[in-house]
Design a protein around this ligand. Structure first.
Ligand SMILES: NC(=O)c1ccc[n+]([C@@H]2O[C@H](COP(=O)([O-])OP(=O)(O)OC[C@H]3O[C@@H](n4cnc5c(N)ncnc54)[C@H](O)[C@@H]3O)[C@@H](O)[C@H]2O)c1
Ligand SMILES: [Zn+2]
Length: 351
């Protein structure tokens, strides 16, 4: 016989972000469909106090710290966490609750997607990057064989709940990281949001909670629109890659001395120059980034290594047949694909 069975995947994520979310967590978890019968909190070890509070609020069965930062994103740790939650009595009706930044949400997201073939997942992102990017869209994963996010799945969380109060203790550089991703999205997806970010840049830099909540809402709406149109990341999500082809090359070459958001900010500006984007557009982008406190020039030591950076950009997993395509704003709010050449790239780095 030869028959075809069409599966329609059903998944829904609820996203709740605001100033009173921590208190509302028990109700939000009860409202999940189906409601889990218990919860377990897995958290960044640096956030012990917050995780203990969340654990008490939810009457969680256990509160487990994850040690080691980005180095914890690997299969061995995934296995240890699986053993720990099973030893604590996790079943398919136990919701795993991740409390932490993108490192934690990526790792716990993957655990929830494979443990017992899938258990309910609640993400409580605590960094701007995680709230505005990493926790959204269902991608998770661990690093493997020296490559980032080599193993992972796409699995939408059942609930993303973040209290903006959790971000108060974030160091300034980590705080700025996530905002770069919001600027990036608006630059290629939404002109009105970009114009609004120009107005919000000063209060955002001053860490005004109302401005931050508004920027986060924009990030959620822009990213979820792209994800809904292309959940499996076949084409559309490429728009979200603005600044990342060159940004990732800078990040690798800098060997941990430059943060991701800084590299993406520099990557966006360099890609604009290399692709010949109108200087008025690039100028408005640079102005917002400057107000948010990001550097606008690639450090001289890195700019001098153009050949090496180009080779890294060509090795990016999104590069097809050796052609380096950057998605850049043709107009603010409208991304377009343009091919970069090595000559234009080297000149853009020096500019
Ligand atoms: N899945 C995706 O779509 C996606 C997208 C972008 C990034 N990522 C992943 O996200 C990770 C980076 O995320 P990140 O930047 O949030 O890093 P992170 O989780 O490592 O957090 C950054 C730092 O901030 C600290 N921290 C976290 N919350 C805090 C708080 N509330 N107060 C004070 N300190 C706090 C952490 O301990 C850590 O030192 C990477 O592994 C990256 O691959 C995933
Ligand atoms: Zn990024």
């Amino acid at each position: 016989m030869d028959r075809r069975f069409e599966f329609v995947r059903t998944a829904a994520s609820r996203i709740v972000i605001g100033g009173d979310v921590e208190r509302r967590l028990p109700q939000l978890v009860r409202e999940l469909q189906p409601a889990p019968d218990s919860t377990m909190v897995l958290h960044d070890e640096a956030l012990g106090e917050l995780a203990a509070r969340v654990g008490r609020t939810l009457a969680a069965k256990v509160v487990l710290p994850i040690r080691g930062g980005e180095a914890s994103k690997r299969l061995a740790v995934l296995g240890e966490l699986a053993s720990a939650v099973r030893a604590a009595g996790a079943t398919r009706a136990t919701a795993l609750v991740a409390v932490g930044g993108g490192t934690t949400t990526d790792l716990v997201g993957m655990l929830a997607s494979v443990l017992l073939r899938g258990v309910p997942l609640v993400l409580c992102p605590t960094t701007t990057l995680a709230i505005c990017d990493a926790a959204l869209g269902g991608k998770n994963g661990v690093d493997h064989d020296g490559r980032k996010n080599e193993l992972g799945t796409i699995r939408q969380p059942d609930l993303i709940a973040a209290d903006v109060g959790w971000l108060t203790g974030l160091p300034d550089d980590v705080y700025r990281e996530g905002l770069v991703e919001v600027v990036k999205k608006a630059a290629v997806l939404d002109a009105r949001h970009f114009a609004r970010l120009e107005q919000l840049a000063v209060p955002l830099a001053a860490r005004d909670p109302a401005a931050l909540t508004e920027a986060i809402a924009m990030a959620v709406d822009m990213k979820m629109a792209v994800v809904l149109a292309d959940e499996q990341d076949r084409a559309n999500r490429r728009l979200l890659n603005f600044g990342h082809t060159i940004g990732h090359a800078l990040e690798s070459a800098a060997q941990g001395t430059l943060r991701h958001g800084t590299c993406v900010a520099l990557g966006m500006l360099t890609e604009c120059r290399a692709a010949g984007v109108d200087t008025a557009i690039a100028g408005r982008l640079a102005a917002v980034l400057r107000t948010l406190g990001l550097p606008l020039r690639v450090p001289a030591e890195l700019a001098a290594r153009a050949g090496e950076l180009w080779a890294l950009a060509r090795a990016d997993k999104k590069v097809v047949r050796g052609r380096v395509i950057a998605c850049v704003p043709a107009a603010l709010g409208t991304g377009t694909d343009l091919e970069l050449t090595e000559g234009a790239f080297a000149a853009a780095l020096r500019a």
